[in-house]
Design a protein around this ligand. Sequence first.
Ligand code: HEC
Length: 112
Amino acid sequence: MRNGIALALAATLVLPLAASAGGQDLQELIAECEACHGPDGVSAEDDVPSLADRSPAWLREVLEQFHFYERHCPTTTYRSGDHPKTPTNMCSIANTLSEEDRQALANHFANQ
Ligand code: HEC
């Protein structure tokens, strides 16, 4: 039994995309972004930019700037999903993302 748990733990540690950001997988992260940026990153909100028409390199760069609090990140609120109207900002959101998460999200939204 113990060994089974240790093995399962080891498996999640060697699969960074599956186990990144405290156990969230990429699909959960995408859903989180879409709660503001809209389905497939196409925003219907005046004050939330679309992600779908951007290049992967640009998206990755901007996420890195938010991650390190190097880019202005005004307070905003979730538009849909599990906690609508809850205030947050892009720096807090990007701060929990690993480099692999940021790359994977950039690739995902640029391909929409
Ligand atoms: C709570 C709402 C919210 C969530 C959740 C959210 N964003 Fe944002 N995002 C915004 C807002 C609002 C802006 C515009 C900030 C500004 O005015 O500078 C923004 C800006 C951005 C930008 C810069 C776009 C541009 O044209 O300047 C990128 C890239 C981005 N978000 C990616 C993401 C990704 C990837 C996720 C998921 C991990 C995410 N966002 C989650 C609200 C959100």
